[in-house]
Design a protein around this ligand. Structure first.
Ligand code: GLU
Length: 309
């Protein structure tokens, strides 16, 4: 098996909440337990939402938790830059190799489209496909999606299949305001950075077929990464953890003098990696508790127990 390269790819659009921290911990564990490298990439493509102060804070918070990375915006590395805001030339080069067209549909027009797909999202009917030659400055750029379905087996969620053309339609690769779409940036970056294993939240499961379709178009010879979409974190009541559970973000815990080992233990208990009596553990110690060939094999989803943090 080729060397494992994992990554965590946070968007610096707010403080890191405990769900993000748990996903980061699992991604780190998955790479490190198999002797792999770990890459930190800042997903700040959406310049209307990303803020440098959130980036600085999340890197600090993740270090505080006990995670480390071999490559990233603060440590450099051979496949940088590691901030998407500095990688626009790569996205432009990828876009130039795809069959795309400008789309001038307004938000209101897009909202009015009927929902015909299983995902509950409207399918873009290709309104602008035959497009005007002079769309003006504020056109979005859509990929003319080639037919064919995408299949993959997620390490945790099992088999998944989607026909992008039928279920999503031509999707946006660059917004009208010039921002690169997450779907394009993530595919270009994971390929450039040699990522073999993607561990991320289950809310992104639905994006994966689009990304695999793009990967196939851009790099037909590159093996697809393996995916593990980890459960979203649950609050005490068993529903998705929310502010109402009184869940502090990681920075607030750090500033309040919490112990990172207690936070890591709570996160590890919430995926069944350690038994309920474990109240303190360091990420490095967690490495010895997991199955070496498949560190995420036994993860479950338990409500997060915030007591004693
Ligand atoms: N930047 C995305 C987020 O913070 C994660 C993207 C990914 O892991 O592919 O939700």
């Amino acid at each position: 098996m080729s060397a494992v390269r994992g990554r965590y790819a946070p968007s610096p659009t707010g403080p890191l909440h405990l769900g993000n921290a748990r996903t980061a911990l699992l991604a780190w564990l998955d790479a490190r337990a198999r002797g792999g490298a770990f890459v930190m990439r800042i997903e700040d493509v959406d310049f209307t939402r990303a803020r440098p102060e959130f980036e600085a804070q999340l890197l600090l918070d993740l270090h505080w938790l006990g995670l480390d990375w071999d490559e990233g915006p603060d440590v450099g590395g051979p496949s940088g830059p590691y901030r998407q805001s500095e990688r626009g030339d790569r996205y432009a080069a990828a876009l130039a190799r795809l069959e795309v067209y400008p789309c001038t549909c307004t938000r209101r027009e897009l909202r009015a489209l009927p929902v015909t797909s299983m995902s509950g999202e409207p399918v873009y009917p290709g309104t602008c496909r035959k497009g005007q030659s002079n769309p003006g400055r504020h056109a979005a750029v859509r990929w003319r999606v080639p037919g064919g379905s995408v299949d993959f087996v997620d390490r945790l969620c099992g088999e998944h299949r989607q026909d992008i053309d039928r279920d999503v339609g031509d999707f946006v690769l660059q917004r009208g305001d010039g921002a690169w779409a997450y779907q394009l940036a993530v595919v270009v970056d994971d390929a450039d950075m040699g990522v073999t294993d993607i561990v991320r939240g289950a809310d992104l499961l639905d994006s994966t077929p689009r990304q695999l379709h793009l990967l196939r178009a851009l790099h037909p010879d590159l093996p697809a990464p393996r995916f593990a979409h980890v459960p979203l974190i649950l609050g005490a009541g068993g529903a998705k953890l929310s502010k109402r559970d009184g869940a502090p973000d990681l920075g607030a815990l750090r500033e309040a003098g919490a112990s990172p080992a207690r936070v890591v233990a709570a996160l590890a208990r919430s995926v069944g990696l350690v038994p309920p009596e474990v109240r303190e553990i360091r990420p490095r110690e967690l490495l010895t508790t997991v199955q070496a060939d498949d560190p995420l094999a036994r993860i479950t989803s338990q409500p997060l127990d915030l007591a004693g943090l």
